[in-house]
Write a protein that binds this ligand. Structure first.
Ligand SMILES: [Zn+2]
Length: 220
């Protein structure tokens, strides 16, 4: 809680949402995180002593998330994906600032395919990344990793089916990636298959390290 408390202070003075993103209660100006004092203690922070981290896919060097995928964070992430993205991305990005990843690494959101981007109008991972670099200076790289084949939504699929679904879905630009340390950002880690597939493409294109950060971890 201490690190998050310091974060509250760090981000004070930024544009603040007028009401709590969880319960809609009006926020006093001295609550800059965008979550009220009643909801804040209910956030499902990921405690490794209680929920052990998943086995990492071969090309993923580390994985970190501030939360486990439980209420109210799971609801916020669904809303971030399908509805009111800008305010929520700002609020959730504040928690990413505590990620144990080097500031020199390239920050890359997991891309959406153009077809889905056109339907949904924005990529929630890219929105999180844009807000994160506003809070902490980092190099944002939005073009090096591309989704070259549309894929079915992963929800409800087995790990093996996810892997098949993702095969050949991504490409990485060697000129932009080679020799670089990369932070791969997504909203949620479920089976790690998306992160693992992206990391494989990035390493094949010469990336030095791939550290994965998500807002929440779906514990099995
Ligand atoms: Zn609240």
């Amino acid at each position: 809680m201490k690190a998050f408390g310091q974060l509250w202070q760090q981000v004070s003075g930024m544009l603040i949402p007028p009401s709590c993103v969880v319960c809609d209660a009006l926020l006093p100006p001295q609550e800059p995180v965008g979550i009220c004092g009643n909801c804040y203690p209910t956030l499902p922070q990921w405690d490794w002593a209680q929920t052990s981290p998943p086995p990492l896919p071969k090309h993923v060097d580390s994985f970190w998330a501030p939360f486990v995928y439980e209420p109210p964070i799971n609801d916020l992430i669904v809303r971030l994906k399908f509805a009111d993205h800008s305010q929520l991305a700002t609020v959730l990005a504040k928690f990413l600032c505590a990620a144990p990843v080097p500031t020199s690494a390239l920050l890359m959101p997991v891309p959406l395919h153009q077809q889905r981007l056109r339907k949904r109008l924005y990529n929630q991972a890219a929105e999180l990344a844009r807000q994160w670099v506003k809070l902490q200076p980092r190099q944002l790289e939005l073009t090096a990793l591309k989704r070259i084949r549309p894929t079915r939504p992963q929800t409800g699929q087995s790990a093996a089916a996810r892997k098949r679904n993702l095969a050949g879905a991504f490409s990485a630009d060697e000129a932009l990636v080679s020799g670089k340390d990369i932070i791969l950002l997504d909203d949620v880690w479920t089976t790690g298959s998306t992160a693992g597939t992206c990391a494989r493409m990035l390493k094949q294109a010469g990336a030095n390290r791939v550290d994965v950060v998500t807002v929440a971890y779906v514990a099995p």
